[in-house]
Design a protein around this ligand. Structure first.
Ligand code: DAH
Length: 336
């Protein structure tokens, strides 16, 4: 195509655009001239065949043609379904920036702190690296108890270990304060367990402790745990106690919640029993008071401890403890 022919073609195309009087005609012309296989892109592609000395002038003319046709088409509303064209397409969906979700374990810990907070409990803290006295001796654990074995506990020398329970925070709290004491102690705990669907070498517990100079009874413990069960798991959930043994409580109990799925009728979740085991608890053993310098004749109290993973798994129906540590957003975001 010579320059003169190009000018003719351009004049023709502009005339056609000017004559187009509906959106379909405008679109057809857009495709014909500036569409991917339109005549202007074809000319640009064929540029290499234009003699070298004519190329700059020819190129300029093609670009001018393109600009004028596009302007004419735009004036007729091309590409915007007949509406006035705007710079941004306001009909596109917005960008999703991926809001984070709170981890189920954090949810359970925070919810527990809120529930016990209403009953006057505050949150106490202790280190994950503990000594033998706080983790075992002061909790009245006999010297050769199997939980102290190297095969059960991560030891660093004779007197230093990764705490196997949050109960040592009871000892620290009592040694640093005078009764009345009302605390819960959430935190990480460690045991030499092989990981499977229900075990992890690193898990979380929440300890609870109430000590007072006025008499504290097992009935107080039961009412507080019953309130916790209802608030955490929903109406219709209550507690039952089963006799058990812990070195640091006497009497000791294991605590079951009514199965929150079947409300006690029996289902697959509670293995038809209507109950789910969730915690250990009991009245603080007088020997523990002795270890922290309290007069066991003058104070009494209760303690309890439960696994955070266990509560999260039953509350949210999580079948495998490992899901809680994989940080897979597809899992975590389901609670957002
Ligand atoms: N420390 C116990 C455990 O890890 C749980 C426990 C039971 C804590 C009874 C308590 C308690 O405070 O009174 O299995």
């Amino acid at each position: 195509m010579t320059l003169a022919e190009l000018e003719n073609a351009k004049a023709e195309s502009l005339k056609e655009v000017a004559a187009a009087n509906d959106a379909a005609a405008v679109e057809a012309l857009r495709v014909k001239y500036v569409g991917r296989n339109g005549s202007i892109p074809a000319l640009i592609k064929a540029m290499k065949d234009v003699p070298k000395d004519e190329r700059p002038a020819f190129g300029k003319a093609v670009q001018a043609w393109r600009a004028e046709v596009e302007a004419a088409l735009a004036a007729k509303g091309a590409g915007s379904s007949g509406e006035k064209s705007v710079d941004a397409d306001l009909t596109l969906p917005g960008r999703w920036w991926g809001l984070g979700a709170k981890h189920p374990l954090s949810r359970v810990i925070e919810e527990t702190a809120r529930i016990f907070g209403r009953l006057g409990f505050t949150v106490a803290d202790g280190p994950e690296l503990e000594n033998r006295f706080n983790n075992f001796t002061a909790l009245n654990t006999p010297p050769h108890h199997p939980s102290m074995d190297r095969s059960d506990t991560f030891w660093f020398g004779e007197d230093c270990l990764l705490r196997t329970q949050t109960s040592p925070v009871q000892i620290r709290t009592m040694m640093a304060n005078k009764p009345p004491i009302r605390v819960i102690c959430p935190g990480r705990t460690y045991r030499r367990d092989t990981t499977d669907a229900t075990h992890s070498a690193n898990f979380h517990q929440i300890e609870g402790l109430y000590v007072d100079t006025k008499p504290v009874s097992l009935a107080d413990l039961k009412s507080v745990l019953a309130y916790f069960a209802k608030e955490m798991m929903g109406d219709g959930v209550t507690v039952r106690f089963r006799p058990h043994f812990f070195p640091f409580t006497e009497p000791s109990v294991e605590v079951d919640f009514t199965c929150h799925v079947c409300k006690g009728k029996g289902c697959n979740v509670c293995k038809q029993s209507g109950w789910i085991e969730v915690a250990g608890a009991g009245m603080v053993d007088p020997r523990v008071f002795g270890h922290v310098g309290y007069d066991a004749e003058k104070v009494s109290g209760y303690a309890f401890g439960f696994g955070v993973e266990r509560i999260a798994m039953i509350k949210y129906g999580i079948p495998d403890i490992r899901w809680l540590y994989e940080n897979d957003v597809r899992f975590l975001s389901q609670l957002a």
